[in-house]
Design a protein around this ligand. Sequence first.
Ligand SMILES: Nc1nc2c(ncn2[C@@H]2O[C@H](COP(=O)(O)OP(=O)(O)OP(=O)(O)O)[C@@H](O)[C@H]2O)c(=O)[nH]1
Ligand SMILES: [Mg+2]
Length: 312
Amino acid sequence: MGSLADAILAGDRRAAGRLISLAESRTSDARDELEILYRHGGHARTIGVTGPPGAGKSTLVDGLIARLRARGLTVAVAAVDPSSPYSRGAVLGDRVRMMRHADDAGVLVRSMATRGALGGLSAATGDAITIFDAMGFDIVIVETVGVGQSEVDIVGHTEAVLLLQTALGGDDVQAIKAGVLEIADIMVVNKKSAPGSDRMARFLRESLHDRPLRPDAWTIPVLLAEASEETGLDEVIDALFGRLDHNRQDTHMSAIRRRQAAAHLTALADVEIRTLMRRLIAGQTRPEAWQAVLERRSGPYSLAARLFEQLR
Ligand SMILES: Nc1nc2c(ncn2[C@@H]2O[C@H](COP(=O)(O)OP(=O)(O)OP(=O)(O)O)[C@@H](O)[C@H]2O)c(=O)[nH]1
Ligand SMILES: [Mg+2]
Protein backbone atom coordinates (compact mmCIF):
# COMPACT_ATOMS: atom_id res chain seq x y z
CA MET A 1 0.00 0.00 0.00
CA GLY A 2 1.06 3.54 -0.61
CA SER A 3 3.08 2.77 -3.71
CA LEU A 4 0.60 4.41 -6.07
CA ALA A 5 0.30 7.36 -3.72
CA ASP A 6 4.09 7.72 -3.61
CA ALA A 7 4.31 7.68 -7.40
CA ILE A 8 1.51 10.24 -7.65
CA LEU A 9 3.17 12.50 -5.09
CA ALA A 10 6.31 12.27 -7.22
CA GLY A 11 4.25 13.59 -10.15
CA ASP A 12 3.62 10.34 -12.03
CA ARG A 13 0.65 11.05 -14.31
CA ARG A 14 0.07 7.47 -15.33
CA ALA A 15 -0.17 6.49 -11.69
CA ALA A 16 -2.69 9.30 -11.21
CA GLY A 17 -4.74 7.94 -14.13
CA ARG A 18 -4.60 4.44 -12.67
CA LEU A 19 -5.79 5.58 -9.27
CA ILE A 20 -8.65 7.56 -10.82
CA SER A 21 -9.72 4.40 -12.67
CA LEU A 22 -9.55 2.44 -9.42
CA ALA A 23 -11.57 5.15 -7.71
CA GLU A 24 -14.15 5.07 -10.50
CA SER A 25 -14.66 1.35 -10.09
CA ARG A 26 -14.69 1.93 -6.32
CA THR A 27 -12.29 -0.82 -5.43
CA SER A 28 -11.26 -0.73 -1.82
CA ASP A 29 -7.62 -0.61 -2.98
CA ALA A 30 -8.12 3.01 -3.89
CA ARG A 31 -9.26 4.02 -0.44
CA ASP A 32 -5.93 3.74 1.38
CA GLU A 33 -4.05 5.52 -1.39
CA LEU A 34 -6.61 8.33 -1.48
CA GLU A 35 -6.46 8.64 2.28
CA ILE A 36 -2.70 9.24 2.08
CA LEU A 37 -3.05 11.73 -0.78
CA TYR A 38 -5.82 13.68 0.94
CA ARG A 39 -3.45 14.53 3.77
CA HIS A 40 -1.06 16.12 1.29
CA GLY A 41 -3.73 18.36 -0.25
CA GLY A 42 -5.67 21.46 0.64
CA HIS A 43 -3.72 23.91 -1.50
CA ALA A 44 -5.45 23.72 -4.90
CA ARG A 45 -8.14 26.23 -5.76
CA THR A 46 -11.12 24.43 -7.26
CA ILE A 47 -13.45 25.70 -9.96
CA GLY A 48 -16.63 24.07 -11.27
CA VAL A 49 -17.86 24.79 -14.79
CA THR A 50 -21.39 23.72 -15.54
CA GLY A 51 -24.19 24.51 -17.97
CA PRO A 52 -26.42 22.89 -20.59
CA PRO A 53 -25.03 20.49 -23.22
CA GLY A 54 -23.12 22.29 -25.95
CA ALA A 55 -23.06 25.66 -24.16
CA GLY A 56 -19.32 25.88 -24.76
CA LYS A 57 -17.98 24.66 -21.41
CA SER A 58 -15.00 22.77 -22.85
CA THR A 59 -14.19 25.62 -25.21
CA LEU A 60 -14.26 28.06 -22.32
CA VAL A 61 -12.18 25.78 -20.07
CA ASP A 62 -9.63 25.48 -22.84
CA GLY A 63 -9.36 29.26 -23.02
CA LEU A 64 -9.14 29.51 -19.24
CA ILE A 65 -6.29 26.98 -19.18
CA ALA A 66 -4.27 29.16 -21.56
CA ARG A 67 -4.83 32.25 -19.44
CA LEU A 68 -4.10 30.51 -16.16
CA ARG A 69 -0.87 29.11 -17.65
CA ALA A 70 0.07 32.62 -18.76
CA ARG A 71 -0.17 33.60 -15.09
CA GLY A 72 2.22 30.80 -14.23
CA LEU A 73 -0.44 28.59 -12.66
CA THR A 74 -0.68 24.84 -13.23
CA VAL A 75 -4.12 23.43 -14.10
CA ALA A 76 -5.78 20.02 -13.89
CA VAL A 77 -9.22 19.34 -15.40
CA ALA A 78 -11.68 16.58 -14.56
CA ALA A 79 -14.19 16.51 -17.41
CA VAL A 80 -17.32 14.54 -16.68
CA ASP A 81 -18.34 12.92 -19.96
CA PRO A 82 -22.03 12.60 -20.67
CA SER A 83 -22.73 8.90 -21.13
CA SER A 84 -25.29 9.22 -23.91
CA PRO A 85 -23.90 8.14 -27.29
CA TYR A 86 -25.31 11.38 -28.68
CA SER A 87 -22.64 13.41 -26.89
CA ARG A 88 -19.80 11.05 -27.63
CA GLY A 89 -18.53 13.20 -30.49
CA ALA A 90 -18.41 16.27 -28.32
CA VAL A 91 -16.43 14.39 -25.72
CA LEU A 92 -13.89 13.34 -28.28
CA GLY A 93 -13.90 16.93 -29.43
CA ASP A 94 -12.97 17.95 -25.90
CA ARG A 95 -9.86 15.87 -26.07
CA VAL A 96 -8.87 17.14 -29.48
CA ARG A 97 -9.39 20.73 -28.49
CA MET A 98 -7.46 20.35 -25.27
CA MET A 99 -4.67 18.60 -27.16
CA ARG A 100 -2.90 21.89 -27.63
CA HIS A 101 -1.97 21.59 -23.97
CA ALA A 102 -0.91 17.97 -24.31
CA ASP A 103 2.83 18.64 -24.13
CA ASP A 104 2.52 21.01 -21.20
CA ALA A 105 3.56 19.40 -17.91
CA GLY A 106 1.57 22.11 -16.15
CA VAL A 107 -1.73 20.86 -17.59
CA LEU A 108 -3.53 17.58 -16.97
CA VAL A 109 -6.94 16.75 -18.45
CA ARG A 110 -8.81 13.62 -17.40
CA SER A 111 -12.25 12.47 -18.50
CA MET A 112 -14.37 10.90 -15.81
CA ALA A 113 -16.41 7.85 -16.77
CA THR A 114 -20.13 8.13 -16.23
CA ARG A 115 -20.79 4.43 -16.58
CA GLY A 116 -20.04 1.58 -14.28
CA ALA A 117 -20.02 2.86 -10.75
CA LEU A 118 -23.24 2.87 -8.76
CA GLY A 119 -23.89 6.59 -8.69
CA GLY A 120 -20.24 6.97 -7.81
CA LEU A 121 -19.48 9.76 -10.23
CA SER A 122 -19.67 12.49 -7.64
CA ALA A 123 -17.42 10.47 -5.32
CA ALA A 124 -14.93 9.81 -8.13
CA THR A 125 -14.88 13.52 -8.99
CA GLY A 126 -14.02 14.31 -5.38
CA ASP A 127 -11.30 11.65 -5.57
CA ALA A 128 -9.87 13.19 -8.75
CA ILE A 129 -9.68 16.53 -6.94
CA THR A 130 -7.90 14.81 -4.03
CA ILE A 131 -5.35 13.38 -6.48
CA PHE A 132 -4.76 16.57 -8.51
CA ASP A 133 -4.52 18.61 -5.32
CA ALA A 134 -1.92 16.23 -3.86
CA MET A 135 0.06 16.45 -7.10
CA GLY A 136 0.38 20.16 -6.47
CA PHE A 137 -1.79 21.59 -9.26
CA ASP A 138 -2.64 25.19 -8.43
CA ILE A 139 -6.08 25.11 -10.05
CA VAL A 140 -8.42 22.15 -10.46
CA ILE A 141 -11.36 22.60 -12.83
CA VAL A 142 -14.35 20.26 -12.91
CA GLU A 143 -16.49 20.40 -16.07
CA THR A 144 -19.91 18.82 -15.94
CA VAL A 145 -23.16 19.14 -17.88
CA GLY A 146 -25.70 20.93 -15.72
CA VAL A 147 -28.92 19.03 -16.16
CA GLY A 148 -29.85 17.57 -12.82
CA GLN A 149 -29.21 17.08 -9.14
CA SER A 150 -26.20 14.83 -9.71
CA GLU A 151 -24.42 17.66 -11.50
CA VAL A 152 -25.21 19.99 -8.64
CA ASP A 153 -23.63 17.36 -6.37
CA ILE A 154 -20.57 17.30 -8.59
CA VAL A 155 -19.95 21.04 -8.59
CA GLY A 156 -20.51 20.96 -4.82
CA HIS A 157 -16.93 19.76 -4.60
CA THR A 158 -15.60 23.08 -5.88
CA GLU A 159 -15.24 26.49 -4.27
CA ALA A 160 -16.19 28.66 -7.25
CA VAL A 161 -18.90 27.65 -9.69
CA LEU A 162 -19.21 29.12 -13.13
CA LEU A 163 -22.56 28.60 -14.84
CA LEU A 164 -22.58 28.88 -18.61
CA GLN A 165 -25.76 29.76 -20.46
CA THR A 166 -26.56 30.67 -24.04
CA ALA A 167 -29.48 32.48 -25.59
CA LEU A 168 -29.79 29.57 -28.02
CA GLY A 169 -32.18 26.69 -27.66
CA GLY A 170 -34.89 28.86 -26.17
CA ASP A 171 -33.43 28.55 -22.68
CA ASP A 172 -34.51 31.17 -20.26
CA VAL A 173 -34.16 31.74 -16.59
CA GLN A 174 -37.26 29.70 -15.81
CA ALA A 175 -35.70 26.79 -17.63
CA ILE A 176 -32.49 26.97 -15.63
CA LYS A 177 -32.52 24.33 -12.97
CA ALA A 178 -33.13 25.98 -9.64
CA GLY A 179 -30.48 23.90 -7.90
CA VAL A 180 -27.83 24.92 -10.38
CA LEU A 181 -28.81 28.56 -10.03
CA GLU A 182 -28.43 28.21 -6.27
CA ILE A 183 -24.88 27.05 -6.55
CA ALA A 184 -23.64 29.44 -9.28
CA ASP A 185 -21.10 32.09 -8.26
CA ILE A 186 -20.48 33.52 -11.73
CA MET A 187 -22.78 33.44 -14.73
CA VAL A 188 -21.57 33.61 -18.29
CA VAL A 189 -23.81 34.03 -21.31
CA ASN A 190 -21.67 32.36 -23.95
CA LYS A 191 -22.03 32.63 -27.75
CA LYS A 192 -22.81 36.27 -27.16
CA SER A 193 -23.06 37.05 -30.87
CA ALA A 194 -26.17 34.89 -30.96
CA PRO A 195 -29.43 36.87 -31.02
CA GLY A 196 -31.01 37.38 -27.61
CA SER A 197 -27.76 37.24 -25.64
CA ASP A 198 -28.07 40.76 -24.23
CA ARG A 199 -31.68 40.15 -23.31
CA MET A 200 -30.66 36.89 -21.65
CA ALA A 201 -27.94 38.66 -19.62
CA ARG A 202 -30.38 41.38 -18.58
CA PHE A 203 -32.93 38.75 -17.60
CA LEU A 204 -30.34 36.97 -15.45
CA ARG A 205 -29.19 40.20 -13.79
CA GLU A 206 -32.75 41.22 -12.99
CA SER A 207 -33.72 37.90 -11.51
CA LEU A 208 -30.53 37.81 -9.45
CA HIS A 209 -31.24 41.34 -8.27
CA ASP A 210 -34.59 40.18 -6.88
CA ARG A 211 -33.02 37.45 -4.83
CA PRO A 212 -32.10 37.89 -1.18
CA LEU A 213 -28.48 38.69 -0.34
CA ARG A 214 -26.37 35.57 -0.07
CA PRO A 215 -24.97 34.66 3.36
CA ASP A 216 -21.45 35.16 1.98
CA ALA A 217 -22.43 38.63 0.66
CA TRP A 218 -21.24 37.70 -2.83
CA THR A 219 -22.85 39.44 -5.78
CA ILE A 220 -23.06 37.11 -8.77
CA PRO A 221 -21.57 38.76 -11.86
CA VAL A 222 -23.28 38.11 -15.20
CA LEU A 223 -20.81 38.24 -18.08
CA LEU A 224 -20.97 37.82 -21.84
CA ALA A 225 -18.40 35.79 -23.76
CA GLU A 226 -17.61 34.21 -27.08
CA ALA A 227 -15.45 31.33 -25.94
CA SER A 228 -14.66 30.11 -29.45
CA GLU A 229 -13.25 33.56 -30.31
CA GLU A 230 -11.58 33.89 -26.90
CA THR A 231 -13.47 37.12 -26.27
CA GLY A 232 -14.68 38.02 -22.81
CA LEU A 233 -12.35 35.50 -21.22
CA ASP A 234 -10.27 38.08 -19.35
CA GLU A 235 -13.43 39.29 -17.65
CA VAL A 236 -14.27 35.69 -16.76
CA ILE A 237 -10.78 35.19 -15.30
CA ASP A 238 -11.06 38.44 -13.32
CA ALA A 239 -14.45 37.38 -11.96
CA LEU A 240 -13.05 33.98 -11.02
CA PHE A 241 -10.11 35.48 -9.17
CA GLY A 242 -12.50 37.94 -7.55
CA ARG A 243 -14.47 35.01 -6.27
CA LEU A 244 -11.39 33.12 -5.08
CA ASP A 245 -10.12 36.24 -3.27
CA HIS A 246 -13.54 36.74 -1.73
CA ASN A 247 -13.38 33.15 -0.49
CA ARG A 248 -10.02 33.82 1.17
CA GLN A 249 -11.81 35.78 3.87
CA ASP A 250 -11.61 33.03 6.41
CA THR A 251 -15.24 32.91 7.47
CA HIS A 252 -16.29 32.16 3.90
CA MET A 253 -13.47 29.71 3.33
CA SER A 254 -14.28 27.59 6.34
CA ALA A 255 -17.93 27.39 5.24
CA ILE A 256 -16.83 26.41 1.74
CA ARG A 257 -14.36 23.82 3.04
CA ARG A 258 -17.09 22.32 5.16
CA ARG A 259 -19.47 22.22 2.19
CA GLN A 260 -16.83 20.58 0.01
CA ALA A 261 -15.99 17.98 2.66
CA ALA A 262 -19.71 17.30 3.15
CA ALA A 263 -20.19 16.85 -0.60
CA HIS A 264 -17.37 14.35 -0.79
CA LEU A 265 -18.37 12.50 2.35
CA THR A 266 -22.01 12.28 1.23
CA ALA A 267 -20.95 10.95 -2.17
CA LEU A 268 -18.66 8.32 -0.62
CA ALA A 269 -21.26 7.24 1.91
CA ASP A 270 -23.91 7.08 -0.84
CA VAL A 271 -21.80 4.64 -2.80
CA GLU A 272 -21.07 2.49 0.25
CA ILE A 273 -24.74 2.29 1.20
CA ARG A 274 -25.87 1.51 -2.33
CA THR A 275 -23.24 -1.19 -2.72
CA LEU A 276 -24.23 -2.73 0.59
CA MET A 277 -27.91 -2.58 -0.32
CA ARG A 278 -27.35 -4.20 -3.72
CA ARG A 279 -25.37 -6.95 -2.04
CA LEU A 280 -28.18 -7.47 0.46
CA ILE A 281 -30.75 -7.64 -2.31
CA ALA A 282 -28.64 -10.04 -4.37
CA GLY A 283 -28.14 -12.20 -1.28
CA GLN A 284 -31.82 -12.14 -0.41
CA THR A 285 -32.00 -15.88 -0.76
CA ARG A 286 -35.32 -16.48 0.94
CA PRO A 287 -37.32 -17.49 -2.11
CA GLU A 288 -40.59 -17.17 -0.21
CA ALA A 289 -40.00 -13.42 0.20
CA TRP A 290 -39.56 -12.99 -3.55
CA GLN A 291 -42.43 -15.34 -4.27
CA ALA A 292 -44.72 -13.31 -2.04
CA VAL A 293 -43.85 -10.15 -3.95
CA LEU A 294 -44.28 -11.86 -7.33
CA GLU A 295 -47.66 -13.21 -6.30
CA ARG A 296 -48.59 -9.82 -4.82
CA ARG A 297 -49.23 -11.23 -1.40
CA SER A 298 -46.80 -8.58 -0.18
CA GLY A 299 -45.15 -5.60 -1.83
CA PRO A 300 -41.60 -4.43 -2.46
CA TYR A 301 -42.32 -1.74 0.14
CA SER A 302 -42.27 -4.03 3.14
CA LEU A 303 -39.37 -5.99 1.65
CA ALA A 304 -37.37 -2.77 1.18
CA ALA A 305 -38.16 -1.74 4.75
CA ARG A 306 -36.99 -5.12 6.02
CA LEU A 307 -33.74 -4.90 4.02
CA PHE A 308 -33.17 -1.43 5.37
CA GLU A 309 -33.65 -2.73 8.91
CA GLN A 310 -30.99 -5.35 8.14
CA LEU A 311 -28.69 -2.60 6.91
CA ARG A 312 -29.14 -0.71 10.13
N1 LIG B 1 -20.59 30.48 -32.06
C1 LIG B 1 -19.99 30.00 -30.98
N2 LIG B 1 -19.79 28.69 -30.87
C2 LIG B 1 -19.19 28.23 -29.75
C3 LIG B 1 -18.76 29.10 -28.72
N3 LIG B 1 -18.22 28.35 -27.73
C4 LIG B 1 -18.28 27.07 -28.15
N4 LIG B 1 -18.86 26.99 -29.37
C5 LIG B 1 -19.13 25.79 -30.15
O1 LIG B 1 -20.20 25.08 -29.55
C6 LIG B 1 -20.01 23.68 -29.67
C7 LIG B 1 -20.02 23.04 -28.30
O2 LIG B 1 -18.88 23.52 -27.58
P1 LIG B 1 -18.28 22.70 -26.36
O3 LIG B 1 -17.19 23.54 -25.79
O4 LIG B 1 -17.97 21.32 -26.73
O5 LIG B 1 -19.54 22.73 -25.38
P2 LIG B 1 -19.73 21.92 -24.02
O6 LIG B 1 -20.62 22.77 -23.20
O7 LIG B 1 -18.44 21.54 -23.46
O8 LIG B 1 -20.51 20.65 -24.53
P3 LIG B 1 -20.79 19.27 -23.71
O9 LIG B 1 -19.57 18.95 -22.90
O10 LIG B 1 -21.06 18.27 -24.77
O11 LIG B 1 -21.99 19.55 -22.88
C8 LIG B 1 -18.71 23.51 -30.42
O12 LIG B 1 -18.97 23.32 -31.76
C9 LIG B 1 -17.99 24.81 -30.17
O13 LIG B 1 -17.08 25.12 -31.18
C10 LIG B 1 -19.00 30.50 -28.88
O14 LIG B 1 -18.67 31.33 -28.02
N5 LIG B 1 -19.61 30.89 -30.02
MG1 LIG C 1 -17.69 19.62 -22.88
